[in-house]
Design a protein around this ligand. Sequence first.
Ligand code: PBE
Length: 304
Amino acid sequence: MRKLKSLSVTLGVAISLLLTGCGNEDSKPNNENSSENTASIGEQVEYKIIGIEPGAGLTELSRNTLEEYENLKGWELIESSTAGMLVSLKQAIDNKEPIIITGWTPHWKFTAHDLKFLEDPKGTLGGVENINTLVRKGLENDLPEAYTVLDRFYWEPEDMEAVMYDAQNVSFEEAAMKWIEENRDRVNEWTEGINKVDGKEIEIVSTPWDTERASSSVIEAVLEELGYVVKVTPVDPAIMFQAIATGKADATVAPWLPSTHQSFYEKLKEDIVDLGENLKGTKNGFVVPEYMNIDSIEDLQPKE
Ligand code: PBE
């Protein structure tokens, strides 16, 4: 690795000497002159960060990030949709052009493309996070069997990724069923000793992203096996929190905490029962293709 690095630096020096046409002592290879280089990144991406849905927690964190970093003065967050962001990302990568997106993991974009998170020294995009299970007040009394399953529900990022991966070819329902069949022992731990119910209804709220389509589909199938009639409704994060706090919905396995959905959580936490993490190890950030010569949000230059 080290050898490779020094080889590429040597090559870089040699090429830049060739380009400048002489051995001028003052000329530095381009990739060492970071201010010049990153200024051009800003220009090339037109001081735009390609964002996602306006209602996403990540969008709120990204807006704050543009305010908190002085070097991001004049930069703009382009809010659109996850699908739109993914199209822009693919186009940029196909053309080897620079692009900065708001991204997160788990997500297939990291397997489909070589990407990296920009360092976030101010931590405004949150660190490594969790996904929690929240239920409405009174659920423990009203639907004790479901409450216990929801309380026990816990899996790993690899599990969620397996469902998301399969759901590229089949429906989320089918992908969830396959995961359940392959992980019967784990599912049995969640349902052990719980009596079956006969057609009781339960309403789950979720968000529209693949991570949450995966987890909600699994919990839906597990509760259906127990005899519940389950309805899953994907909504914006703000609505999801309201639905739990007002008792309009029974449960959610979708909130990203402590940062992504913090503002919604803080407002309503008194009216919500938090059953803790169902998954650990998610992350948000500004994401760029590996080929971009930049490592940190602080390397970006303000718009002149
Ligand atoms: N996300 C994926 C969501 C939560 C799951 C990070 C895009 C968000 O609210 O930002």
